[in-house]
Design a protein around this ligand. Structure first.
Ligand code: CIR
Length: 254
């Protein structure tokens, strides 16, 4: 059984952090409806959805992925790279205590979960504007006793590593080669996004199905041609906040 922790969209999402996008008005009602449909997809794919109430004062709190790395053995509570997001970890810490032993990133480390791509026992961590070397070193030593290997990788031009590359099948990664380098990921096959859809590389693999944004029709065709099973969701309003499908949940074995 899989658990998916989500959090309802904040009414203040219009004041979200933005790094690479221009601010556009976000329709909170549409964002909430899209998020609810996303939660329904998670449930349909077999996740027990643990949906947390909204945090009106924390604009980016729907993006729970950034607050923790949850592994089979243990969870690490991150220290998000944007100061406005640090208070988000408080509730996530409380919730995760009942599921895992918790470890914590300490200052001066900063880490967003969106930079952590976990492939088996290897964690690829993006060195981004949010996640620093100090945090990567902390993760390495915290997880060494559990047999994990931590690999730091460069990310350029985009917020997080998982905005550039995600897993879409056991041995296959969906990648935007302009933002992440294939040579960092040994032993994987790649599907490249359609160059006209630079943000199309964020996909959420659950068991054998990928939750994928409806808007990236060209990349979607590439995925379908490669035999990837997709179920699509509209996330246009969340995308205006620089979020996508992985960032709205923390998924782990119960
Ligand atoms: C931020 O800048 O932190 C939010 N507006 C977007 C975070 C998206 N998180 C993710 O992709 N993991």
């Amino acid at each position: 059984m899989l658990v998916a922790i989500t959090r309802k969209v904040s009414p203040s999402i219009g004041r979200c952090e933005l790094t690479h996008l221009e601010r556009q008005a976000i329709d909170v009602n549409i964002a909430c409806a899209q998020h609810l449909a996303y939660e329904h997809k998670l449930a349909k794919l077999g996740c027990q959805v643990h949906s947390l109430p909204t945090e009106p004062e924390l604009p980016d709190s729907v993006f729970v992925e950034d607050t923790a790395i949850v592994l089979d053995e243990v969870a690490i509570i991150t220290r998000p790279g944007a100061a406005s997001r640090i208070p988000e970890i408080e509730t996530i810490t409380r919730v995760l205590t009942s599921y895992r032993k918790l470890l914590f990133i300490q200052p001066p480390g900063t880490l967003d979960g969106g930079d952590v791509l976990c492939l088996g026992k290897t964690l690829y961590i993006g060195l981004s504007s949010r996640s620093n070397l100090d945090a990567i070193e902390q993760v390495r030593s915290l997880l060494e006793p559990y047999g994990y290997i931590v690999v730091g990788v460069n990310v350029a031009g985009v917020l997080h590593l998982k905005s550039a590359v995600t897993q879409v099948a056991k041995e296959t990664l969906l990648i935007n080669p302009a933002w992440a380098s294939k040579s960092d990921f040994i032993d994987y096959e790649f599907i490249e996004i359609d160059p006209s859809e630079p943000y199309a590389s964020n996909a959420l693999l659950i068991s054998d199905t990928v939750i994928y944004p409806t808007s990236y029709t060209r990349t979607r065709k590439r995925l379908e041609r490669s035999g990837i099973e997709l179920t699509c969701v509209a996330v246009s309003e969340l995308a205006k906040a620089e979020g996508a499908v992985t960032c709205c949940s923390l998924i782990f074995k119960a």
